[in-house]
Design a protein around this ligand. Structure first.
Ligand SMILES: *[C@@H]1O[C@H](CO)[C@@H](O)[C@H](O)[C@H]1NC(C)=O
Length: 137
């Protein structure tokens, strides 16, 4: 007697799988679609406590397809570079002299870096920059 050749499960409709495979490369290229597999952080900024006038480097290093553009956010808003604050070529944020005074030059806050390439963007953890009050009168 011939054994039954009936399949146990219905085969997957081949059209569906093909459709998904064709869509996959497209999805990563659509603006606004974040593809986390393409970019990862190797280094994220860490909380730091400094004294006024100290230099500070906050690190940010992402791995993925180049070119990767790194921008920095402070309390959610883009950090504008100036004489005192620069984004280094390796992605780190450099503040030559931390300011603790009132007004615009107040550097305390939460810093994050945003790394982007053509596949998408990733946002780092928040690093808190704190000014040490030690020695203040
Ligand atoms: C980037 O360069 C600065 C200055 O040379 C250095 O302090 C910092 O650690 C570097 N960042 C990384 C992620 O290597």
């Amino acid at each position: 007697m011939a054994p039954s050749l009936r399949p146990l499960a219905r085969p997957r409709p081949p059209g569906m799988l093909l459709g998904a495979l064709l869509l996959l490369p497209l999805l990563g290229r659509l603006p606004g679609v974040w593809c986390f597999s393409e970019l990862v952080f190797i280094k994220e900024p860490q909380d730091i406590t400094v004294t006024r006038k100290d230099p500070v480097v906050l690190d940010c290093q992402a791995h993925g397809e180049v070119p990767i553009k790194v921008t920095w956010l402070k309390n959610g808003a883009k950090v504008s570079e100036n004489k005192r604050i620069q984004v280094l070529s390796n992605g780190s944020l450099y503040i030559s002299e931390v300011e603790g005074k009132r007004g615009e030059q107040y550097d305390e806050g939460f810093y994050q870096c945003l790394a982007m390439n053509r596949h998408g963007a990733i946002l780092s953890q928040k690093a808190h920059l704190t000014l040490s009050r030690a020695g203040w009168k």
